[in-house]
Design a protein around this ligand. Structure first.
Ligand code: PLP
Length: 402
């Protein structure tokens, strides 16, 4: 029965890590990894998460009963407040719903399923390049028109804004359009305020459904409010739209699959309708969401002292990323590496879209045991003060060679 099944292509990031793990070279570096690393190259369990987990372990009032289908109420509300701001009109007017999901991925999946089944959408546009799973999720939800709008001007290492507007203008009216809320993955470049306004005008005119993918709130500026500005701008304009929130990165809860889908509606009645149908989607997909990560996030966000501590942790992560950007930039400059490298310090978030071409990436992998995505994306916090010299010299050599 199974013998004729075609082997699926490997998933690049996971494949890279497998290759890296098998490599015995003493100076190997994995710049492909999609998670935060400390300056010792280790994963970081945030101290406030450890504190809350220790309390949870001894709290006899907690149990393992099912959560409600829409997820843990304290978590969902706290997530919405974090995203939109406590005094957001959408919260005050009781017209925003949060539905807990299996990470940011699950939130995107819920949105895709819901728009297909309840609203009849069959078209989705996301940026080129983007986090690859956007395409996969919408395809597997049965969308027949899954496309990418121009986003990246590789020559000038900035947004190809005219290309983006042209492509979106040509998209069918009933299209779900994905934007990255901050820290665009993989380019690290997001629209300016003026560009956002133009995008908003186009979305309004074409009646697109927006899905803002907010997977890195806090990582761009170290400031959670500032990183929520794209979403808050669309709320201010009175749009009805979706936001997928991930707590994988800003809480370091990667394997706890902690996410939320925010649905901003025109009024409370619409919100209740959406929620009831969204529960049907959850029920038939994973029935109800897991507890552990959501309880951690709710416990931190709903406790002023823990919240303050967590904000410091987010700042620590964002500052370390900025420091690595600065160090790499200075190092390449001092080596006189051919080309312009300002984009390394200008891009925001965990990733840098280096502009290294496939041949250069190949040299880094084969000759220097430095692993990175074929498109040249590197995780800035996979760099450390100890491997910086080695990586910068290798980049210099690869760029000089071809
Ligand atoms: N969206 C973007 C842009 C991402 O980079 C990621 C993870 O890398 C996700 C969504 C998914 O996040 P999660 O791991 O919470 O599912």
């Amino acid at each position: 029965v199974f013998g004729g099944i075609e082997i699926a292509p490997p998933i690049e990031v996971f494949n890279l890590t497998a290759q890296y793990n098998e490599d015995n070279h003493p100076q190997k570096v994995n710049l492909g990894v999609g998670a935060y690393r400390t300056d010792e190259g280790k994963p970081w369990v945030l101290p406030v998460v450890r504190t809350v987990e220790a309390q949870m372990a001894t709290d006899v009032t907690l149990n393992h009963e099912y959560l409600p289908v829409a997820g843990m109420p304290d978590f969902r509300l706290a997530a919405l407040r974090l995203l939109l701001g406590e005094d957001s009109p959408a919260i005050v007017e009781n017209r925003v719903e949060g539905v807990q999901a299996i990470g940011g991925t699950g939130a995107i999946r819920l949105c895709a399923d819901f728009c297909k089944k309840m609203l009849g959408y069959d078209s989705m546009y996301t940026s080129s390049p983007t986090w690859g799973n956007h395409l996969g999720i919408f395809k597997s939800c049965g969308y027949s028109n899954v496309k990418q709008y121009r986003y990246w001007d590789a020559q000038n290492r900035t947004i190809d804004f005219n290309g983006m507007m042209e492509d979106l203008n040509a998209a069918p009216e009933k299209t779900v359009v994905i934007l990255h809320g901050c820290c665009h993955n993989p380019t690290g470049v997001n629209p300016t305020e003026e560009q956002l306004k133009e995008i908003g005008d186009l979305v309004e005119r074409k009646k697109f459904m927006l899905l803002v993918d907010e997977a890195y709130q806090g990582f761009a500026s170290g400031n959670l409010e500032q990183d929520g500005n794209t979403v808050r701008y669309f709320v201010k304009r009175g749009f009805e739209f979706f936001v997928s929130q991930s707590f994988s990165k800003n809480f370091g809860l990667y394997n706890e699959r902690t996410g939320n889908l925010a649905i901003i509606c025109a009024n409370k009645d619409a919100k209740l309708r959406v929620k009831s149908q969204m529960e049907m989607v959850v029920r038939t997909t994973w029935s109800n969401s897991p507890n552990h990560g959501a309880r951690i996030v709710a416990s931190v966000l709903n406790n002023p002292a823990y919240y303050a501590e967590w904000k410091e942790h987010v700042k620590t992560m964002s500052d370390r990323i900025k420091m690595m950007r600065e160090m790499l930039f200075q190092k390449l400059k001092s080596l006189g590496t051919p080309g312009k490298w300002d984009h390394i310090i200008e891009q925001k978030g965990m990733f840098s879209f280096t502009g290294l071409n496939p041949a250069q990436v190949d040299i880094l992998m084969k000759k220097y045991h430095i692993y990175l995505l074929k498109n040249g994306r590197i995780n800035m916090c996979a760099l450390t003060t100890s491997n910086m010299e080695y990586v910068a010299n290798a980049i210099h050599a690869a760029v000089t060679e071809c």
